[in-house]
Design a protein around this ligand. Structure first.
Ligand code: FRU
Length: 504
């Protein structure tokens, strides 16, 4: 295979230099942002969306991500890059991929999402190049490689490796996930059958096969919507878990459902995926495009974008952070597992515990309707763990008021009567966010566990051992923010521990 030289005079290298300069300028502005996250991954400055190519490679975790280094809004997509040894502290590396060729150079296109993998020791990237013909976007699948551990990438000289969608698939076909099985390479793509994402097409996942990465044979549709799973599947991922395969994707136009997981059995040579269970990784407003990586400890770790397209100006706006020179952060890294009943659970990476400081515990409390304040050493950046003793809790519901000050609060309700977890942000801030999200909450006989992670502009909740998760953005500005617990319809026996979270 021939690769375009990555020497300093090459067009790609010059584009990377321009991107770096622009990113530095925005980073200076973003450094003073009042809404900056304190322990969630952010780009130095500019816009981020999907994680692209999370991989354990060369003794560290690599996180590539969709990035606009020129402005804190979506556009002109690049791949940003950072590395970490503990999933908590990240070091920013130079922008990895920039638009530079006719097939990937467009202000409303660029180097879209994809994945990384190792081939003959090199770090390979597969991405969707997006350009335009007239008003019609043109998406093709492309390769790049790095021989120096991800610092400099050279694009494949014969890009694109897949130049057009197969028969019957619309122009929306993107986000290649490449994986090795036996002696073959496979690529899974998200796509839309028929009229396309915006015109009522049917979301689906396509499979391609290759011997040498250069020539790809179309193998067929491995899973699809029939009116019930969205019009286009973005950021499809396919990974083994608990002896089975998980096909995950972020469907377009499927209401609150943003992180579908289909669990089944995968037959690669025959391009058959037979699934029998469907679940959702997160029911919050902002958890999108999760991507998995297997690490050296045998864990499957997920990274995801902690934002969503509902914030795009054509739906609403970018929110209050964009004027600070940045927009978007990654959700906390999670470990994903299959429980003994074959259900997918996700839990925050255990390494996050290294950020805990100033522990405060309530011991067992008998809580009634009168709200009790929860001791916490930081108003914004904290972890709160709660256990409800269900054998001694006749109450109908437990309310946690988080980041509460003045008439503002975000309310997380454990609705024991209806077995629901509910996140209400109708009064979370000055109207930037809103609405109520809820999901099923499986209850055991004895106890219910809940872990809440709050950072400057986000709240993530993991309940019932990671079966019920919700990530939401909020933008509270009240100077005095506190946490309170209260109970409806009886009393509850509860124990709470909080920690301030150190900056990462
Ligand atoms: C998902 C997505 C991808 C696309 C990328 C563009 O969030 O729409 O499908 O490749 O973002 O930034």
């Amino acid at each position: 295979m021939d690769w375009m030289a990555a020497d300093p005079a090459s067009r790609h290298s010059r584009r990377i230099d321009e991107a770096q300069q622009a990113q530095r300028a925005l980073a200076q502005q973003a450094a003073h942002g009042a809404f900056r996250q304190r322990y969630h991954f952010m780009a130095p400055g500019g816009w981020i969306n999907d994680p692209n190519g999370c991989i354990w490679y060369g003794g560290q975790y690599h996180l590539f991500y969709q990035h606009n280094p020129f402005a804190a809004v979506w556009g002109k997509m690049h791949w940003g890059h950072a590395v970490s040894r503990d999933l908590v502290h990240w070091e920013h590396l130079p922008v990895a991929l920039a638009p530079s060729e006719p097939y990937d150079d467009h202000p409303r296109g660029g180097v879209f999402s994809g994945s990384t993998f190792e081939a003959d020791g090199a770090l390979m990237a597969a991405y969707t190049a997006t350009s335009f013909r007239g008003d019609q976007h043109v998406q093709t699948q492309c390769l790049a490689r790095s021989l120096d551990g991800g610092l400099r990438f050279e694009k494949y000289a014969n890009n694109p490796v897949i130049a057009k969608p197969p028969e019957g698939i619309s122009a929306d076909f993107r986000d290649p996930r490449v994986l090795r099985q036996g002696d073959k390479w496979y690529m899974v793509l998200g796509a839309s059958i028929g009229a396309g994402a915006w015109h009522g097409g049917e979301g689906c996942a396509l499979l391609y096969e290759s011997d040498d990465l250069a020539v790809w044979r179309y193998h067929g549709i491995i899973a699809r919507s029939r009116g019930e799973l969205g019009t286009m599947w973005e950021c499809v991922d396919l990974y083994p878990l608990g002896g089975r395969w998980v096909l995950s994707f972020s469907p377009m136009f499927l209401g609150d459902s943003k992180t579908v997981c289909l669990v089944g059995d995968m037959d690669f040579p025959n391009a058959r995926f037979v699934w029998d269970a469907r679940s959702e990784l997160d029911w919050g407003g902002e958890y999108y495009a999760p991507q998995s990586m297997a690490d050296e400890r045998g864990r499957t770790v997920l990274m995801a974008w902690q934002n969503g397209w509902d914030w795009m100006p054509w739906f609403r706006d970018y929110g209050p952070v964009s004027s600070e020179g940045w927009c978007g952060s990654m959700a906390l890294p999670r470990r994903v597992l299959m429980d003994d009943r074959g259900r997918i659970v996700s839990e925050p990476a255990e390494e996050l515990a290294m950020l805990r400081r100033d522990e405060r515990s309530t011991g067992w409390l008998e809580v009634g309707e009168k709200a009790m304040e929860i001791p916490c050493a930081d108003p914004a950046a904290f972890e709160l763990d709660m256990t409800i003793d269900l054998r001694n809790t006749p109450a109908r519901a437990v309310h946690l008021d988080l980041r509460a000050g003045g008439d503002k609060r975000s309310r997380l309700t454990i609705d024991l009567a209806h077995r629901r977890l509910i996140f209400d942000r109708t009064r979370a801030d000055d109207g930037w966010t809103g609405g109520v999200r809820s999901c099923d909450l499986p209850l055991k006989e004895d106890a219910l566990d809940l872990r809440v992670f709050s950072d400057t502009v986000s709240i993530e909740a993991f309940a019932a051992g990671g079966l019920s998760c919700m990530s939401n953005l909020i933008y509270p500005t009240h100077p005095d923010q506190r946490c309170r617990v209260s109970v409806e319809g009886g009393t509850a026996r509860i124990a709470i521990t909080t920690w301030r979270m150190a900056d990462a």
